[in-house]
Write a protein that binds this ligand. Structure first.
Ligand code: MV4
Length: 451
């Protein structure tokens, strides 16, 4: 097992990783920007290294500064968390080249899944259902030809895309010409490659993702799904497991398909397969090769510490259990609490005058915040995750309502009022929502307020 792990991240996930290491008897090294010297995980870590100025590009994205920090402190592994360098194969390659273990999959697996075209191909060959799609598109004419082969509506995506950037829908030949040109231009501006391709566009899907764990000896388990359809501008707002849309048989079926596919691909460590789900069918979208923000809902219903498992797997340990050993208990819901205006989502950094997090049975709060802490304006606005667990979805919902009410965050605006409004809606209570539901709900609320 590792003796010392460097945590190449900030915020609540840095603290989350520190906690897992601590419970395993592993010493931790925090790295931080000049703006984060007072962060909780920096205080708690055994050692801390300042790696640069506030701007992420000069600190948390500074590969050589992070690797130097690991070499100087003698860390034998690096956990990248999520965001920042967590899915950067070049970084993982550099880390390994210095004799340090990257806690994640292999460089090759990261490259395979980082490219949407090769990921789709690998997924299809491994038996996963995918949306009908095209190869890389060469020209407008080529795009129109493929759109007619697939049938409208279609969606053009960048092969290196992410966060919804470089995605354009088209419902006919005329729109296709513009979608191709715009998607390509956006990809060129935002990603290493401007290569785009297309898929059949699903108009009312849910976003359902499957969590897997795989060790280096071919053992693979799935930990069920998470429904992440409650989102806005590609930012998830509420996640839950199990999905209200699936029954046990559907979960077992897709779980077994996913497990076999991961075995076939030979993927290792923790990963998430994102699917669109519409009319009872799953369509693979992409695979995330990192720990995810919403991993605690899966931890709540399975009792498995996913970060601990990531570290064990990376160190060469065997999973030590099989699919039959995994049991699902109850229902968990997570709210991502952001320091933002709840209507406009404009970030609201500033000083936290008073902080009181809810507690009690079935309540977990992952956060780095403490009373008197100042949220720096340079980074993501997520300041806490509230995760509740109950025997049934209704019990979890009642508990969530209670916990949101208990939360005291004085000094900045947060998304809590929006989340309170969402969970009191009949459609949410009935589990009747798709990926567009939140945007529609917010629009209708806004026009009501204007009347
Ligand atoms: C789609 C889709 C419909 N059909 N692909 C958005 C983020 C990116 N990872 C993929 N996305 C989508 N791909 C096909 N073939 C709809 C979306 C989409 C979406 C997906 C998941 C969660 C929220 C979303 C919001 C808008 C669009």
């Amino acid at each position: 097992m590792f003796e010392k792990v460097l945590i190449a991240n900030r915020g609540e996930v840095a603290l989350r990783i520190h906690r897992a290491c601590r419970e395993m008897g592993i010493r931790t090294v925090a790295v931080h920007s000049e703006a984060d010297a007072n962060a909780m995980h920096v205080r708690l870590a055994d050692e801390a290294v300042c790696i640069g100025p506030a701007r992420s590009s000069e600190s948390y994205l500074n590969k050589s500064a992070i690797i130097s920090a690991a070499l100087i402190t003698g860390a034998d592994a690096i956990h990248p968390g999520f965001g920042f360098l967590s899915e950067n194969a070049d970084f993982a390659e550099m880390v390994e080249a210095h004799g340090i273990t990257f806690i994640g999959p292999t460089v090759e697996q990261m490259r395979l899944m980082g490219d949407k075209i090769t990921a789709r191909k690998a997924a299809e060959e491994a038996g996963l259902p995918i949306t009908p799609g095209s190869p890389a598109l060469e020209s407008v004419e080529h795009a129109i030809e493929w759109a007619n082969k697939i049938g409208y509506p279609v969606i053009v995506k960048a092969k290196d895309g992410g966060g919804g950037k470089g995605m354009k829908t088209a419902f006919n030949d005329e729109e296709m010409a513009e979608a191709f040109t715009m998607a390509k231009a956006e990809a060129k501006a935002s990603f290493p490659s401007d290569v785009v391709y297309m898929e059949k566009y699903l108009q009312h899907p849910r976003h359902i993702e499957m969590q897997i764990l795989a060790d280096k000896y071919g053992h693979v388990v799935h930990l069920g799904e998470r429904d992440c359809s409650i989102q806005r501008n590609n930012q998830k707002v509420i996640e839950e497991s199990p999905s209200p849309a699936l029954n046990n048989q559907q979960r077992q079926e897709i779980g077994e398909i996913v497990r076999k596919a991961i075995e076939k691909i030979g993927y290792t460590n923790a990963g998430t397969l994102e699917f669109l789900y519409e009319d009872g069918k799953f369509y693979f979208m992409e695979m995330n090769t990192r720990l995810q923000v919403e991993h605690p809902v899966t931890e709540a219903i399975t009792g498995i510490d996913i970060v601990r498992e990531q570290i064990r797997i990376a160190s060469g340990a065997s999973l030590g259990y099989t699919q039959e050993d995994i049991q699902f208990h109850g229902h968990a819901i997570e709210c991502r609490i952001n320091a933002e205006d709840p209507e406009t989502f404009v970030p609201c950094p500033g000083k936290i005058n008073e902080w009181h997090a809810p507690g009690g049975l079935g309540v977990r709060v992952d956060s780095e915040i403490y009373s008197g802490y100042s949220i720096p304006p340079f980074y993501d606005s997520m300041i806490a995750k509230l995760i509740v667990h109950g025997k049934t979805r209704n019990a979890a919902l009642m508990r969530l309502r209670r916990a949101l009410e208990e939360f005291v965050i004085d000094g900045v605006n947060t998304t809590i009022p929006l989340q309170q409004a969402i969970i009191s809606q009949a459609e949410f209570i009935d589990g009747q929502y798709d990926i567009h539901w939140l945007e529609h709900f917010m629009k209708s609320r806004k026009s009501e307020n204007e009347e």
